[in-house]
Ligand binder design. Structure first.
Ligand SMILES: CC(C)(COP(=O)(O)OP(=O)(O)OC[C@H]1O[C@@H](n2cnc3c(N)ncnc32)[C@H](O)[C@@H]1OP(=O)(O)O)[C@@H](O)C(=O)NCCC(=O)NCCS
Length: 175
C-alpha cells in the first residue's frame, strides 16, 4: 500500500536501531505548564514545516478539560524531549499534536508514550482515537500503523506550506 514504508538497511542495521531504544525509566510524562512553553515551541519549530504559534500551546494548557497537554521529560538531563496534546470530545479523542525532539527520535519514545496515553484513554472510556497526518510523513504513519491505527479517510487540501491532503487515521478501542 502507498503508505507502508520500507525501512532500508540490513537486518543487522535494524537490530542496531532496536538496541538504541531508550528505557522508559529514563523519561516520564507530566502536564505541560507555562514554564515549558519555550522548550516545547523550540521542538515544534524543528519538527513541523508549519509550526503552531507559542500562544496556541498556551491556549491548549488553559483549554481544560477539552484539551490535555503533556510534556515528555528526560529524568537525567532534566529537559523536555517531546510532547503530546489531545482533545477529548465525549468518548472520542483527537491527537492534535505529538513530537519528539530530533536528538531523541527512533529510540522508542513516541511509541512508548502513545501506548501509555492510549491505555490511559481506554481505561477512561474513550472509544475512538483519531488524528490527521501528512501523506509525506512516513515516520508518523509507520508509528500509527505499528499501533494498529487504520486509515479512516482523507481531508482534501487540509495542510498548507506545503499544501497536502491529510490522511485521517484512527483506532477503535475495545470497550
Ligand atoms: C513521529 C514521531 C513522533 C515518532 O517518534 P519517535 O520517538 O521517533 O518514534 P519511535 O522511535 O517510538 O518509533 C516507533 C515506530 O515508529 C516508526 N518510525 C518512527 N520513526 C520512523 C522513521 N524515521 N522511519 C521509519 N519508521 C519510523 C517505526 O515503525 C518505529 O518502530 P521500530 O523502531 O520498531 O521500527 C517523530 O518522528 C516526530 O516527532 N516527528 C516530527 C513531528 C511529527 O511528525 N509528529 C506527527 C504529526 S502527525
Amino acid at each position: 500500500m502507498r503508505w507502508s514504508l520500507c525501512i532500508s538497511g540490513s537486518p543487522r542495521r535494524r537490530k542496531r536501531i532496536k538496541k538504541e531504544r531508550l528505557s522508559s525509566d529514563i523519561y516520564y510524562l507530566r502536564r505541560m505548564e507555562e514554564g515549558d512553553l519555550f522548550e516545547v515551541h523550540a521542538i515544534e519549530r524543528v519538527s513541523f514545516p508549519n509550526p503552531w504559534h507559542l500562544s496556541t500551546f498556551r491556549g491548549e494548557i488553559h483549554n481544560r478539560p477539552i484539551s490535555t497537554s503533556y510534556v515528555i521529560v528526560h529524568r537525567l538531563e532534566k529537559r523536555i524531549i517531546g510532547y503530546i496534546i489531545y482533545w477529548h470530545l465525549q468518548d472520542e479523542v483527537q491527537i492534535s499534536n505529538i513530537a519528539v525532539h530530533p536528538d531523541f527520535r527512533r529510540m522508542g519514545i513516541g511509541e512508548s508514550i502513545l501506548k501509555q496515553v492510549l491505555a490511559q484513554l481506554e481505561e477512561g472510556g474513550a472509544r475512538l482515537i483519531s488524528l490527521e497526518v501528512r501523506p509525506s510523513n512516513m515516520a508518523a504513519i509507520k508509528l500509527y500503523n505499528k499501533l494498529d491505527f487504520d486509515i479512516l479517510g482523507i481531508r482534501k487540501n487540509y495542510y498548507h506550506n506545503p499544501q497536502e491532503h491529510a490522511i485521517v487515521m484512527g483506532k477503535f478501542l475495545s470497550q
